[in-house]
Ligand binder design. Structure first.
Ligand code: DX5
Ligand code: ZN
Length: 219
């Protein structure tokens, strides 16, 4: 069955001096992916809840907030207040992923978890019903513009089978190295949502790039 893919441009690859203008260029995107990096969980810094709130003021598009930070428990409320539609944290950064997901959902916001490429999915399968989304990393988190890791599609296929066999509505999103050469394989493997940074904002026409990715992900 053909389903409509969700395309989520990552503003990490946008021009931060013209962020509002860049977001307008992708007004055809389904979600806006917001990468939060703390310089501890990943060796890079991006921006925080203040800029996320400013982004929310300039667009009605849902904000898909990807927290690559230590102690996410301490910060999730700030991102909910900033206008996140979905808050995604890393399972490697918390001792109680279920409690944190339940907390996020209790605020009326969708909850997601992400895993580094080397983190196995199996221990988390039993908790999928606490989550609206799983974000599979297809690069080591921390930087845009890296090469796609095709072996992560095994994780996607495994998750797809598990979600379908239990009739769950949890979405599978993939992040890292997604572009015209990789998005179709990710869609065939079973992804619902696709983050793309450099493949959107690194082109002359981000609006057209979103359309093209959506077409290539429709399988
Ligand atoms: C990486 C971030 C990604 C990044 C993707 O740690 O989570 O969202 O922006 O960038 P590209 O699409 O360029 O790989
Ligand atoms: Zn991300």
């Amino acid at each position: 069955m053909t389903k409509t893919p969700i395309i989520a441009p990552s503003i990490l690859a946008a021009n931060f001096a013209h962020l509002g203008d860049d977001i307008k260029k992708v007004n055809n995107a389904d979600w806006i992916h917001v990468d939060i990096m703390d310089g501890h969980f990943v060796p890079n810094l991006s921006f925080g809840a203040g800029i996320t709130a400013d982004v929310h003021k300039v667009t009605d598009q849902p904000l898909d907030v990807h927290l690559m930070i230590d102690n996410p428990e301490k910060w999730v409320d700030d991102y909910i207040a900033a206008g996140a539609s979905c808050v995604i944290f890393h399972v490697e950064a918390t001792d109680d992923h279920v409690a944190l997901a339940d907390h996020i959902r209790s605020k009326g916001v969708r909850a997601g978890f992400s895993l580094r490429p080397g983190t196995p999915i199996e221990p988390y399968l039993k908790d999928l019903d606490h989550f609206d989304l799983v974000l599979v990393m297809s690069v080591e988190p921390g930087f845009g513009g890296q090469s796609f890791m095709p072996d992560q599609l095994d994780k996607v296929r495994y998750l797809r089978a598990e979600i379908d066999s239990h009739n769950l509505s949890t979405l599978i999103e993939i992040d890292g190295g997604i572009g015209e050469k990789t998005i179709t394989d990710a869609a065939i493997a079973g992804c619902d949502a696709f983050v793309a940074g450099s493949a959107v904002f690194g082109t002359d026409d981000p609006h057209a790039a979103v359309e093209s990715l959506r077409r290539l992900a429709t399988v």
